[in-house]
Write a protein that binds this ligand. Structure first.
Ligand SMILES: *Cc1c(COP(=O)(O)O)cnc(C)c1O
Length: 272
């Protein structure tokens, strides 16, 4: 992505289209939300030019999600400093340094290993005043192609991988803050009938409840986690964000419904 003048502004037509799409998605989010709660809408801008993001910023949007570390670094460098960036792509330990150096990176939603947590924690600049929020990615659909940690069940041992990673972040990674859980879910689920509960969403909620319970009982954990003592959920994309909100999602990640379709994945491997 280039930051040259020629592509730094969206055409008036494109800006109007993005504004309309944003407004429509915002209204749908609000309508699906239970009263008293406003889920956070993250505009997923992967492969989209900085000019699109700038246009949405001018329409009031502040939360944006990106999948590729280099693309995120490039965009963050040329876009307003009060954008709150969420990293939602596959996390590689060797990208930790670049990511952690982005001042306005607010959240990494795809943490799946202690190794990456340790690398990230170490990479956060010493003068950063707030921890980077992290969500642990859970593979709720059990598909091999999806990254993520196995969900918890009532039968899970207290040393299940997810519990171990959560404890590691809380106890060993002071520059990170464990905020909650994220799932991508399976496409077939998202296309299933509106009346049937979405199994991915139900599984993430159950996992959250069990993890919250386990952590809450652990008196060795002296640092705070979650938001007001509650782990948040990031679930729901363009095809299923309203169902996700009705199921209790706190963060929805919406790309296509705001920006329009993306070029096919091609050589780069998109997360999910
Ligand atoms: C691309 C992506 C999204 C947005 O998907 P849309 O279907 O375009 O809304 C959300 N979450 C993740 C992890 C993604 O990779």
């Amino acid at each position: 992505m280039s930051a040259s003048q020629s592509d730094s502004l969206a055409t008036p037509e494109r800006a109007a289209e993005l504004r309309e799409n944003l407004l429509e998605v915002q209204q749908r989010v609000q309508q699906a939300a239970p009263s008293g709660r406003t889920p956070t809408l993250i505009a997923v801008s992967k492969y989209k030019p900085a000019s699109d993001i700038q246009a949405l910023y001018e329409a009031g949007q502040r939360e944006f999600g990106e999948n590729y570390a280099q693309e995120l670094e490039d965009k963050a460098a040329v876009l307003p400093a009060d954008i709150r960036w969420h990293f939602i792509g596959t996390l590689q330990s060797n990208k930790a340094k670049g990511l952690a150096s982005i001042r306005n990176l607010t959240c990494i939603q795809t943490l799946t290993s202690m190794k990456a947590a340790t690398a990230l924690n170490r990479a956060v600049p010493a003068d950063r005043t707030t921890p980077i929020n992290v969500l642990l990615q859970v593979n709720t659909s059990g598909e091999d192609a999806k990254s993520g940690i196995e969900p918890l069940t009532p039968e899970s041992a207290s040393d299940a991988e997810l519990v171990k990673l959560a404890r590691h972040v809380i106890s060993e990674c002071p520059r990170l803050r464990l905020l909650g859980l994220m799932t991508i879910g399976s496409l077939s689920e998202s296309l299933s009938s509106a009346e049937k509960p979405n199994e991915d969403f139900e599984r993430l909620k159950q996992t959250r409840d069990l993890l919250q319970d386990t952590l809450g009982k652990d008196s060795s954990l002296t640092r705070k986690w979650g938001e007001d003592g509650r782990l948040v959920l990031s679930m729901g994309m363009s095809k299923d964000f309203e169902a996700a909100i009705r199921a209790g999602s706190d963060y929805v990640r919406v790309g296509t419904s705001i920006f329009g379709s993306r070029p096919p994945k091609g050589s780069a491997t998109a997360s999910g």
